[in-house]
Write a protein that binds this ligand. Structure first.
Ligand code: 13P
Length: 238
């Protein structure tokens, strides 16, 4: 069974773009392509009410407790939200999340019936010193990969910089990540690429055999651009 491409919009700490809830919103799934939006907690409910496939950007692994400012996976599920991001590099950087935290989040997501989209990726200095595969292997090996999850490979140095790996370099990492997935899930697990995806470069990434879509940051805030990125995924599979 071929993997259905998924194009996910990570709006980070930005309001939902104008037109996101419209009937012809580009954030709705279309022509064999799944879409997903990751809004701020404030915009979760409007996105769900508009019928968009919606995920939270973070969830605490404990269901309740003394964690000021946090929201739990249990609460996200109860709000009717089916998806959650785990381990985005901005969370690893700003909130000092480590691999063990990311695993705890992914496991809690699964326990609560949420589908985790788990981010991995190396920093610029790890790539420069040729440790990128070692780092990504460390991040991937600890994940609950016998379950149904989505992985997003986001090289940290490509996020918001306008710099990307070549499609071939990205494919090399995606194929490597796939090789680390237990055989029973190897061909069915989706691996998204994220990091400075644009309407101009999306097609060449999506044409790679192990790249199953994208996790889009900056470009996902512009509905017209996001629409073109979704169309690139349609074109890549036709
Ligand atoms: P940019 O597309 O802005 O580089 O961000 C990528 C990202 O972090 C998506 O999660």
């Amino acid at each position: 069974m071929p993997r259905t491409p998924l194009i996910a919009a990570n709006w980070k700490m930005n309001p939902a773009p104008e037109g996101a809830f419209a009937a012809d919103s580009p954030y709705r799934p279309q022509s064999g392509i799944e879409t997903m939006v990751f809004p701020t907690f404030f915009d979760l409910q409007p996105c769900l009410e508009a019928g968009l496939p919606t995920g939270a950007q973070y969830g605490h692994p404990d269901s309740v407790g003394a964690h000021t400012g946090d929201v739990s996976m249990t609460m996200i599920k109860k709000a009717g939200c089916p998806f959650v991001l785990c381990g985005h590099s901005e969370r690893r950087r700003d909130h000092h999340e480590e691999d063990s935290d990311v695993v705890a989040q992914a496991e809690a997501a699964l326990r609560n019936g949420l589908h985790p989209v788990i981010c991995v990726g190396e920093t610029e200095s790890e790539r420069r010193t040729k440790r990128h595969k070692q780092v990504v292997e460390r991040q991937v090996r600890v994940l609950p990969l016998r379950e149904v999850v989505t992985i997003a490979y986001e090289p940290v140095w490509a996020i918001g910089t306008g710099v990307t790996p070549t499609p071939e370099q990205a494919e090399d990492m995606h194929a490597f990540i796939r090789s680390l997935i237990p055989e029973a899930r190897r061909e069915s697990t989706r691996i998204l690429y994220g990091g400075s995806l644009t309407a101009e470069n999306a097609l060449e990434f999506f044409q790679q055999p192990d790249i199953d879509g994208g996790l889009v940051g900056g470009a996902s805030l512009k509905p017209a651009v996001f629409r073109e990125i979704v169309l690139a995924a349609v074109q890549a599979r036709s």
